[in-house]
Design a protein around this ligand. Structure first.
Ligand SMILES: CC(C)(COP(=O)(O)OP(=O)(O)OC[C@H]1O[C@@H](n2cnc3c(N)ncnc32)[C@H](O)[C@@H]1OP(=O)(O)O)[C@@H](O)C(=O)NCCC(=O)NCCS
Length: 180
């Protein structure tokens, strides 16, 4: 059974394969051929960066913002990379409006097999066990039917329908999932 674990060097070949399929850890950005080449060239640096993220984050509009403390976990079936979950330990004003505590993605070839639903459930277990949060917020575009199902199957309750501040004309929902 797959499990959520920290990134390791041994997982990089499968992770690179996933990126070549079109997988991106960042739901608002695609991965360029240059970025894939950099991961292949400097896998140690990349794994270190995943497990110890820099203090600043490039926002979707290209500007730099402060990164809140976060943990990235990879959903692995042995050494086969299936997807990733990003857990933010707290919200800032930007994340409280759009982004929330948890983001996730499944590689294209592994989609529609229940992995995101199981992966989010494991991500929620991680939060319960490691963070002092009673509930977590997630946001999703109305067009993302799959992710809406994933959130609702994990107990998500709609707080509000809101504009996606990063994508002109995109509407979405803020959901909360109670943890305790
Ligand atoms: C959204 C995403 C995470 C779903 O991953 P997944 O592993 O395919 O999801 P699951 O297999 O757990 O599917 C959950 C449900 O959604 C449905 N579903 C999945 N993808 C779907 C799609 N593209 N369109 C319609 N329904 C979809 C599944 O059929 C399943 O429905 P069911 O429970 O009624 O059978 C995946 O498509 C993805 O990584 N997309 C890109 C990144 C992204 O959007 N992340 C979420 C941002 S909020």
């Amino acid at each position: 059974m797959p499990s959520l674990v920290r990134a390791e060097l041994a997982f990089i070949p499968s992770f690179v394969e996933a990126m070549r399929e079109g997988f991106s850890r960042d739901n608002l950005r695609t991965v360029s051929a240059g970025e894939i080449a950099q991961v292949e060239r400097e896998p140690e640096w990349f794994v270190r960066q995943v497990n110890h993220p820099p203090r600043q984050v490039v926002l979707p509009d290209g500007t730099l913002g402060a990164r809140v403390p976060s943990t990235e976990l990879w959903y692995m079936d042995g050494e086969t990379f299936l997807g990733s979950v990003g857990v933010r330990h707290e919200l800032n004003d930007i994340l409280a409006s759009w982004g929330g505590h948890i983001g996730y993605a499944v590689r294209p070839s592994a989609q529609r097999k229940g992995h995101a639903t199981a992966m989010l459930a494991s991500g929620l277990d991680f939060v319960r066990a490691n963070l002092p949060l009673d509930r977590v917020m997630l946001t999703v575009s109305l067009a993302n039917e799959g992710s809406i199902k994933v959130i609702e199957k994990n107990g998500g309750v709609i707080e509000a329908e809101v504009d996606n501040p990063w994508i002109e004309g995109d509407r979405g929902r803020r959901y909360w999932i109670a943890l305790r």
